[in-house]
Design a protein around this ligand. Sequence first.
Ligand code: BGC
Length: 318
Amino acid sequence: MNTKQSFYIGIDLGGTTIKTGICDGDGELLAVYEGPTEADKRAEGVLQNIELYVRELVSRAGCSWEQIAGVGAGIPGFLDFQQGLVKASPNLGWRNVAVKEILEARLGKTVKIDNDANAAALGEVWGGAGAGISNVVCYTLGTGVGGGIIVKNSLCQGFNGMGGEIGHLNVVPDSEAIACGCGKKGCLETVASATGIIYMAKEAVIRGEQTSLAAIREITAKDVLDEAKAGDPAAVQIVDRAAKYLGKSMALLSVVTNPQRFVVGGGVAKAGSYLLDQIDRYFREYALENARENVDIVPAVLGNNAGVVGAAGLHLFG
Ligand code: BGC
């Protein structure tokens, strides 16, 4: 490795895993390292874990600490980007955490933060499924549902950072709404995140529905998708519900920013065309013809790496 070269660290903070990656000046991902978030250790413990993993990554990548020119972090939640503050994170249970200040003190490097899904969207637009498309909306379906909205090649953060909080679009009617971690109910996230899918599966089991899910000890979102593919009626209904409201949210967004492409990533999206085809069907059912023509819904191509590439890129292309 060239000892004069500069590198950039990207951090993707998730509810269960912290992923770190090191990129060169062209945004090329050279190495990754990840470990458990341990969210129960609260903000202080999680930020300590981040430091640990970043230092481990740099030593494994074989470059010196001095070669690190900047650190970027994608954080799930509502942020004040300028101050580097996490105002609230529904899935981590954080409130007013000065992430930039704390990480800069721990790492001795300039730290930029952005929303985790915004970072993933930037990653996909720079070098993934959104490359070359100026109007894109990216979804991440994981512990929560995140969004990154790109309009005319610019990320839409809105006036106080809430732009792109797609997971909290209120799309589920009150009659069937589930409480969300944000304090509201009926959010897209309650039916389309891994957490929401697991919740609905457990509810089906509790209601005593005839379902193969009842035999699974710790149900995961993947179990539900696998059982749905195998034809289990309760699982089919849960996936149909997730797809319906995802498709509906896309129809709404299609008359707000009129994207040419929707990119869908995150753990839940690993179900592939089984899920995407159903989302597509609902999108076309709900969307205006002129807002849906020549619009496609595609899987994210950087997979789990989109977030770290986008976060590292906050210093390069942001
Ligand atoms: C948060 C978003 C985040 C998403 C995915 C949501 O609950 O509000 O900020 O991007 O989860 O992690």
